[in-house]
Design a protein around this ligand. Sequence first.
Ligand code: ATP
Ligand code: MG
Length: 442
Amino acid sequence: MRLSQYFLPLIKETPKEAEIVSHRLMLRAGMIKQHSAGIYSWLPIGLKVLNKISAIVREEQNRAGAVEILMPTLQPADLWRESGRYDAYGAEMLRIKDRHDRDMLYGPTNEEMVTDIFRSYVRSYKSLPLNLYHLQWKFRDEVRPRFGVMRGREFLMKDAYSFDIDEAGARASYNRMFVAYLRTFERMGLKSIPMQADTGPIGGDLSHEFIILADTGESEVFCDKKFLDMKAPPADVDFSDDEAMADIVKQYTTPYARTEEMHDAEMFSKIDSGSQVTARGIEVGHIFYFGTKYSEAMNANVMGPDGKEHPVHMGSYGIGPSRLVAAIIEASHDENGIRWPKGVAPFDVGIINMKPGNEGCDEVCNKFYKALTATGQDVLYDDTDKRAGEKFAMMDLVGLPIQIIAGPRGVGEGTVEIKNRNDGSRETLSVDEALNKLTSLT
Ligand code: ATP
Ligand code: MG
C-alpha cells in the first residue's frame, strides 16, 4: 500500500478522553473512531490488526477441531424465553421490536441460538463431540463502557460451543479449548494465565478466565511466578489425544492463579514469598462448562449408546478479538508508539522514501515495494513529501516492525538502512543484501 493512496488519519494531540495508553495510541494512530459510548468504527489499520488477530483465533480453533459457522447479530426473543434468559439477562441486553411488533434482541452471546441449531440437526451420540464457533459482533449495554475497545458496547467475540454425550466427553472438549487458548494468546505475543473462575450453580472446576498481566487491567489478580516461564504447547500437539490434553491442563492449573473474586489469601500465602505475584490483569478469554442447563430447557437431546435420549452436555468458550487489539498494545508499546508482536502488525514492513521525486530513491523504494509485496508481505510505502521526522514518527507510532529507510546519500552509495522497531537496532546494508534478507523473512 502506498501511503499517498491510503487512509491513515493520525491525530497529533493526545486525546483527552483516553485514560489508558492503548486507547490513546489507537486514536492517535488512526485505528478507531468513536461514534457513541463504546461504539467504534474500525479504520484501515485498526481493521487490519483486528483481522490478523481473528485469523490466529480461527487457525487455532480449527486446529483444535472446532467448526466455523456464522450466526446473526439479531435474535428472536422467543429463543431466549425458552431458556428463561430473556427476563433474567437484565439491562445489558439491547431489546428491539421489528415492524410486526415482534421482540428481538442484539445478541450479547449465542448459547440459545446454537442450541437451536444443534437440536434441529443432531440426533445421535455418534455425531459427537461437536464444537461450533463463530466470530460475530456482540452488543452489551455495559454500565461503564470505557478504555476504548477494551470495554466496548459493540465488540467482536469468538464464541465456541461444545456438545458432548456426557460430562467426561465435555471435559475432553473443555481441555482442547484450554490448550487452543494457550496457543492462541502466545501467538499474539501475550503471556496468558488461566485463572480459576466461578462456576456458579454448576459447580466443579471447569471454568477459567485467561488473563494477561498489565498495569491498567480492571481486576486484581494473584498467581504463582511459575506461570511467567511456562511455554504454550507446540503447533503439532495432538488434539485427538485426550490424555495429553488433560496433562497439559493439569500442568497449567496446578500452580495458584486466581482473580480477586476467587482469591484465597490463605492458599496464596503458602506459596514461597518470592514467587507470589500480585498484579492487575485483563481478561481476554473465558471458558466454561455448564452441563445441561440449556439442553434441558430447550429440549436438545441426543440418543446415547444405551438407546435412550440424553440432554446434551455443553460448554462455551469466548475470546474478545477487539479487546485483544487494545490488550496487545497495553502489553507492548514504548514512548514512541506501538510495538506490534510479529503476526499482528498492520503491515510487516514500512518503506520510508526520504526524498520522493529523487530518481534513485524512487527506484530503490519501488524495487523493495515490488519484491516484498511479491513474497506476500504486507508493505506500507511512505511515498509522501512529508518531512523526514514526521515519517519516522509515523512508522514508530503505528508500530511497523521493520522499516526500510532510503535516502539520497545512502542510495547514491547503493545502500539503505534497516530499522528494527522492536529492539531498536539499525543496520546499513547494500540494496541487494537488504533485499535478500527481507525477502527471505517469510
Ligand atoms: P468482563 O468480565 O470483562 O465483562 P465477561 O465475563 O462479561 O467479561 P464473557 O461473557 O466471558 O465476558 O465474554 C468472552 C470474552 O469477550 C471476554 O473474555 C472478553 O475478551 C470479551 N468481552 C466481554 N465483554 C466485552 C466488552 N464489553 N468489550 C470488549 N470485549 C469484551
Ligand atoms: Mg461482562
